[in-house]
Design a protein around this ligand. Structure first.
Ligand code: SF4
Length: 441
């Protein structure tokens, strides 16, 4: 990653302004910006102003003046920004002014003056390529840690971002609560390895709403489940302690969905990738989870054509797919990433072989995914509405993460709005998507 991407943020004013600040900061964090506490360290400073009473206006103006003097690159947003002249008359050098609830524009302005970190890398990015676009207001990514303790040979994240650094549990929960209060109905928990959350801070207990919460994945999930919104987990390793969160899914407290990047199934390839080589155990664990929580949707990603992958290794991967019966799967053809250890491995796979294996992989998985979707026809599912028009409604079930999984297309219905969670009857399916109608309550 080149360049610096550090943002300073000053939030003045009421809880509503804080909610805006939170959304801006959440978005910047998932895009890879660092939020820093001093003017000196920041590449740009955002001041979220309050214009409620005269003394608040004065405080806002003097804070903007201080930020200009100490840093020089300043964006202004918030209530006082609704009357841009009141700011630019005093401080003509600010780089941009927006009003309240303008988080999309603020993030765009930050992009203009401090471009976001390097380009998309499909092997390791936490959010889909479209994720750089702002999320709609009814869902949000919640980043719980930075960096990674693994050393997968195809990945350069640890050399760029360092070892795992977990955010304190109370800070994560406060952010989640503010997002929920701001109208977010679905949180997508992300990190390089969500199941490792807290290991670096020795699972230190924090306090949230007056209660102790242990900083590990289970403690965090239990607390998040109290928010009464959908909570979806991404990038979970199939470690034994993941078993503890399956009951929360079975009880309806967490979305019954796990995104587990298996990457491969053949032991020599997993070893060359420097990934945990425990395919047999993974299969047993999947069976056990499905037994405990039959609604569980499993998503994964794989790499085909990794250096040294033989036809036998690849066939093992196809067998794994058949046995695991995963619901949703993404697959990349291996390509070298500058600086990654895997580049030094022998026996790189020719491009045409990669392509041919990728096609076989996709054919196999498409059949599995489409069979699994077909089993949902006739059932009733909770869905969240992403788009609404007079002609149709586009929604997602609990088994569909935004951008990467499928959709549920529903006949038009006048009584629902974007962000509503409603019950739908599923009437049809294809390889990726479901079709149905809303059930009137
Ligand atoms: S788990 Fe592996 S692939 Fe993911 S960030 Fe860590 S080193 Fe990279």
């Amino acid at each position: 990653m080149s360049g610096s991407h550090k943002v300073g943020f000053i939030s003045l004013g009421c809880p509503k302004a804080l909610v805006d600040s939170e959304r801006i900061l959440t978005q910047l964090r998932i895009e890879g910006y660092d939020v820093v506490p001093t003017y000196e360290d920041a590449d740009i400073v955002v001041v979220n102003t309050c214009g409620f009473i005269d003394s608040a206006k004065e405080e806002s103006l003097s804070t903007i003046g201080e930020a200009l003097q100490e840093n020089g690159k300043v964006l202004v947003t918030g209530c006082m920004g609704a009357q841009a002249d009141s700011i630019t008359d005093v401080h003509p050098n600010v780089l941009g002014v927006t009003g309240p609830h303008a988080y999309e524009q603020v993030v765009e302005q930050v992009h203009t003056h401090v471009p976001p970190p390097a380009s998309h890398d499909p092997f390791v990015d936490l959010v889909p390529p479209q994720g750089i676009k702002l999320t709609p207001r009814h869902y949000a990514y919640l980043k719980i840690s930075e960096g990674c303790n693994h050393r997968c040979s195809f990945c350069i994240i640890p050399s760029m971002r360092g070892d795992l650094v977990s955010r304190p549990v109370a800070e994560v929960l406060d952010e989640a609560e503010r997002l929920a209060n701001a109208g977010v109905k679905e949180l997508l928990v992300i990190s390089q390895d969500t199941s490792a959350y807290g290991v670096d801070i020795k699972y230190q207990t924090g306090f949230w709403q007056g209660q102790p919460v242990k900083a590990n994945m289970t403690g965090l999930c239990e607390a998040l489940s109290q928010l009464g919104i959908w909570v979806r987990l991404h990038y979970v390793y199939p470690y034994p302690h993941v078993d503890q969160i399956i009951p929360l899914m079975a009880e309806g407290k967490l979305v019954p969905y796990l995104d587990i990047p298996f990457q491969h199934a053949s032991l020599p390839i997993l070893k060359a990738m420097k990934r945990p080589a425990a395919t047999e155990k993974s299969l047993q664990r999947i069976q056990h989870w499905r037994h405990q929580c039959p609604e569980l949707t499993l998503r994964s990603t794989f790499i085909v054509g990794f250096p040294g992958e033989t036809e036998a290794d690849f066939n093992e991967l196809l067998t794994f797919l058949e046995e695991a019966q995963l619901d949703r799967v993404g697959c990349f053809q291996y390509s070298p990433v500058t600086g990654a250890k895997a580049n030094e491995l022998d026996n790189h796979v020719p491009d045409e072989v990669k392509q041919e294996r990728w096609e076989r992989f996709m054919q196999t998985q498409q059949r599995i995914s489409s069979d699994r979707l077909e089993q949902k026809v006739g059932s009733q599912l909770a869905v969240i509405v992403d788009e609404w028009s007079d002609e149709r409604i586009v929604a997602r079930s609990e088994g569909d993460a935004p951008e990467i999984d499928g959709l549920v297309y529903l006949s038009a219905h006048s009584d629902v709005a974007v962000g509503n969670i409603v019950q739908a009857r599923i009437t049809d399916s294809d390889e990726y998507d479901l079709y149905g109608e809303i059930i009137d309550e």
